[in-house]
Design a protein around this ligand. Structure first.
Ligand code: UT7
Length: 331
């Protein structure tokens, strides 16, 4: 947390989700599960899926273009592109470079990907805000984009029912003092890494016949451990970021938690004493979209007027790493 981030704020939001909807009822024909199990354990009814022709950069480019349009800013004005993702188009080059090229953003703009599990958007927002606070960038594009459906083992009912694809983007610029990003907190606990991972495809386990046969290129998760961790850190991180901003739980006007499971969101809201009408929930329609979940939720809340100018908005993410983090914004 740094005082100098006081004047970096979000001036535009945009999203992109694939058209294809996969319902719980369809999943009943794919794995040994029921709609009732999925909904009662997670709050998810349906999720969006990319087709074989769509990759993360496709969703990211559309979401970013919409965020720029909504901000009334030309792509040439962007100084830095950060894409938070766990599912880049390729291991290299960075997906952010593809977005830069496809949006016609100038070559003097920086572009890089950021990996921090599902907390990636909170990290990218924080990193982007620091470039603005330091005066080295005027306009920063921060994107959370994901096609986790491509990294799921569609025979593993404990994971394949949970995730969905999508992208969300925000444009950061200097905003009047006292508004914008007031405080942030980032956390990590690498000891929890084995609870949520894609074991192969990197330098530890490069692709071989054995890694393919062992299905090691797909996401693996110890759901119960991640669940316990998430319930603990969600409220804790929100409280700590509020304290860092000199605010209290009662000041929260709107809460945007990472959309992984309604049974993680509700206890966090209870701990913070926030009624559910001040809590964004769209996990029912999108499932867990990882780094895209917070910007997808933000876009919806801004569009339907649930977030108004002057509101204190708290965002909290958690995910692989293990990582977690929180941001408080005066909208
Ligand atoms: O972005 C961060 C990433 N991840 C998360 O946030 C996920 C955090 N974890 C969770 O949300 C929950 O732990 C899950 C939704 C993944 C699982 O819910 P749970 O209440 O923790 O269930 P469980 O893992 O304790 O499993 C209960 C039972 C098991 O059967 P037994 O061992 O009790 O006989 C599972 O085999 O449910 C079974 N099960 C299923 N049954 C029907 C697991 N997946 C399914 C399924 N359909 N899809």
């Amino acid at each position: 947390m740094r005082r100098e981030v006081l004047n970096a704020g979000i001036v535009g939001v945009g999203v992109c989700v694939p058209d294809r909807i996969l319902t719980n009822a369809e999943l009943e024909h794919m794995v040994d599960t029921t709609s009732e199990w999925i909904f009662s354990r997670t709050g998810i009814n349906e999720r969006r899926l990319t087709g074989p022709e769509q990759a993360t950069s496709d969703l990211a480019t559309v979401a970013a273009g919409r965020a720029l349009t909504n901000a009334g800013i030309n792509p040439e004005e962007v100084d830095l592109v950060i894409v938070a993702t766990n599912t880049p188009d390729m291991l290299m080059p960075a997906t952010a470079c593809m977005v830069q090229e496809r949006l016609g953003i100038k070559k003097s703009a920086g572009a890089f990907d950021l990996a921090a599990g599902c907390t990636g958007f909170v990290h990218a927002l924080t990193v982007g805000s620091q470039f603005i606070a330091a005066g080295s960038c005027r306009t920063v594009l921060v994107i959370g984009a994901e096609t986790l459906s491509k990294m799921l083992n569609w025979e593993d009912r404990s994971t394949c029912v949970l995730f969905g694809d999508g992208a969300g983007a925000v444009v950061l610029r200097t905003v009047p003092e006292g508004s914008g990003i007031l405080a942030f907190k980032l956390y990590s606990d690498g000891a929890g890494g084995p609870h949520l991972l894609i074991p192969a495809g990197g330098s530890r386990n490069p692709a071989t016949r054995e890694t393919l046969d062992g299905r090691l290129h797909f996401l693996q998760m110890n759901g119960r451990e991640v669940f316990k961790f998430a319930v603990r850190v969600m409220g804790e991180a929100a409280e700590e970021v509020l304290a860092a901003a000199g605010l209290d739980k009662s000041d929260i006007d709107f809460f945007i938690p990472h959309q992984a499971n309604i049974r993680i969101i509700e206890p966090a809201a209870r701990r913070l004493g926030i009624p559910m009408e001040k809590v964004m929930v769209n996990v029912n329609r999108y499932g867990n979209t990882s780094t895209a979940s917070i910007p997808l939720a933000l876009d919806e809340a801004v569009r339907d007027g649930r977030i108004k100018s002057g509101d204190y908005v708290v965002m909290v993410g958690f995910g692989a790493g293990l990582t977690w983090g929180a941001v408080v914004i005066k909208w």
